[in-house]
Ligand binder design. Structure first.
Ligand code: TEU
Length: 570
């Protein structure tokens, strides 16, 4: 029986580029990019928050076409982030504080600058078969231009086949053209992955977050069904070959260590997720799904549609009850900031900033009262918001630029393209961490790689640390509450009520009951007007054993939910 410590700890995701830049502090110029010593310098803050697991987004050597998700050497640290000695120091310092570290395992693709791919450009080289090379569809007809092998489209709104003059063949890349897909029909590739995993586990890693792990095995390269989203998906999503590889990695590597995996599963539904996480099948320990963050978006996440609390409630209920164990998250480095997405930054009419704080706290309460392992993304704990840039030129994200090009081809007007990209761009989550009101929000002495959000003087770690009523201190309070409550961590999830504005659920274990209610609107809601079962109304009004927590700072219940308030009773 494996020790499931990862069920009892709070995880925190660090996007190293944007966390803390220390290079340059000793006289030389900083580079405006966060680094590993910067992470070490904040470990005590993470202990203070109540964190027990760190997930590091990639720090490996990379040409940076997709900010490190294009790896050119899995065994070394990119000099921008520091050295292997820094990484060893991070493992040691984290261990001292009882923090486990999981690494990002990006194995669907490598960088095109990885030596494997460089060798694979030569058709006679044994590495050729590490990647997916195909002749043009019209190969053999000498008078027409080469045509891509099939009609697939990519995850970044990109084309997926890149023609290589030298061999007259195309290679597959589901993401950027600098991210060629590996060929998992070649067993040598899986062997390489095992080596990489062992290397990091031996260094001290406690597991992996596995990037796009449910699409690595391409069963066939036939044309895909016509689709507005990612075309061709049915030939490689959740394939039997994919399951087989996950089981092999588990059997040959993971089962021999005290570690866990959380998979990022794109476009996954509950049925597929059940297979991927089934304990007896032995594939992943838990996974990140996307459905809850897409309830107010169409075509994956780009076109907005109306938010309804009931929709969110239904999705959460299905996953909370459907899976044996959830990876619970509201933010990561690919998503909008949750307070900008599901919360409210100001009152309907005007300026009151109170609602930013209140709704950030409400969302903290939502996340920290769900069943599963909690993942908090850097900056979420202080209620960081989406960026406030004015045009696409200020964005770095390869996906935002690709999508803009794609929408241009579809003749979508510029103002609409910007409106949609602004709301969904991954750079929303990637602006530098706001540590203080000092220059560049205390993130760096040099010009940051991505501009700091202009609200940093108001929203920053240092000022929130000393304010007992801050979002940060609310996170700390709830994390402690949860760390001390088996019921909040692993009790049953019981849906109670939802409509377009509010949702109510309970968490129960034995005789212990927590009730949580959330108001996602500007309206004050009278709870006694809602047709609830008597038992629930009473619980909400009074609390059962005395605990009453309010995101609006109220000290006792009176049967109402204020705008954007969450309450927790027990
Ligand atoms: O993300 C995979 C992924 O599916 C997202 O890119 C998603 O498609 C997109 O953000 C929006 O729809 C992972 C990483 O988290 C991401 O940062 C990488 O760019 C990507 O894989 C490729 O490695």
């Amino acid at each position: 029986m494996k020790n499931c410590w990862w069920k009892d700890r709070i995880a925190y995701q660090i996007y190293p580029r944007s966390f803390q830049d220390t290079q340059g502090l000793n006289g030389e110029r900083g580079d405006g990019i966060g680094d590993i010593p910067g992470i070490i310098s904040h470990l005590d803050d993470l202990v203070d928050l109540g964190v027990g697991i760190l997930w590091l987004s990639p720090v490996y050597k990379s040409p940076d076409a997709d900010n490190g998700y294009d790896i050119s050497d899995y065994y070394s640290i990119d000099p921008r982030y520091g050295t292997m000695a820094d990484m060893d120091a991070l493992f040691a310092q984290a261990k001292k504080r009882d923090i486990k570290i999981i690494m990002d395992l990006v194995i669907n693709h490598t960088s095109d600058e990885h030596p494997w791919f460089q060798s694979s450009r030569d058709p006679g080289n044994p590495y050729r078969d590490y990647y997916i090379w195909q002749p043009p569809k019209n190969a053999g007809s000498p008078h027409s231009l080469p045509q891509p092998p099939n009609n697939w489209t990519g995850f970044f709104g990109n084309e997926v086949w890149e023609y290589d003059e030298r061999s007259g063949e195309y290679y597959l890349h589901l993401f950027d053209k600098k991210q060629p897909d590996l060929n998992y029909k070649n067993p040598a590739v899986t062997q390489e992955v095992k080596k990489i995993m062992k290397f990091w586990l031996e260094k001290g890693a406690a597991g992996f977050r596995c990037d796009v792990i449910n699409i690595i095995y391409k069963t066939s390269l036939e044309d895909g069904k016509k689709s507005m989203a990612v075309q061709g998906l049915e030939h490689y999503i959740n394939q039997e070959g994919n399951h087989r590889i996950l089981r092999e990695l588990r059997r040959d590597v993971l089962d021999h260590c005290d570690c866990f995996t959380v998979g990022e599963a794109v476009m996954v539904d509950l049925e597929a997720a059940k297979l991927l996480c089934d304990k007896d099948r032995g594939e992943l320990d838990m996974l990140f799904y996307f459905e809850h963050l897409e309830i107010d978006r169409r075509i994956a996440r780009f076109i907005p549609k109306k938010f309804r609390a009931k929709k969110l409630f239904d999705v959460l209920t299905r996953w909370q009850q459907g899976l044996e164990w959830n990876a619970v998250y509201l933010e990561n480095h690919d998503q909008s900031r949750i307070v900008s997405h599901f919360g409210s930054l100001k009152s309907k009419r005007g300026r009151s900033l109170e609602l930013h704080k209140r709704s950030a706290k409400m969302l903290a309460m939502l996340e920290l009262t769900l069943r599963g392992t909690i993942f908090i993304y850097q900056g979420q704990e202080i209620g960081m918001t989406n960026f406030d840039y004015k045009s696409l030129d200020e964005l770095n994200d390869v996906e935002s630029h690709n999508l803009d090009n794609l929408m241009k081809k579809m003749h979508i007007p510029k103002f609409l393209r910007w409106k949609w990209i602004k709301a969904s761009s991954r750079d929303n989550a990637r602006t530098p961490m706001q540590w203080s009101a000092a220059e560049n929000a205390g993130f760096s002495k040099a010009k940051p790689w991505l501009p700091v959000n202009s609200n940093y003087k108001r929203i920053n770690y240092e000022s929130q640390k000393i304010d007992p009523d801050s979002v940060l201190n609310f996170y700390k309070y709830l994390i402690r509450l949860r760390n001390n409550s088996e019921c909040l961590r692993s009790g049953d999830f019981i849906p109670v009520y939802a409509d377009s504005r509010i949702m109510i659920y309970q968490r129960t274990l034995g005789t212990e009951i927590y009730t949580a209610a959330f108001n996602f609107s500007f309206k004050k809601i009278k709870l006694n007007k809602i047709k609830l079962n008597k038992k629930f109304s009473a619980l909400l009004a009074a609390g059962n054993g005395g605990l009453f927590v309010s995101a609006a700072g109220r000290k006792s219940a009176d049967n109402v939910l204020y705008p954007w308030e969450g309450i927790l009773t027990s």
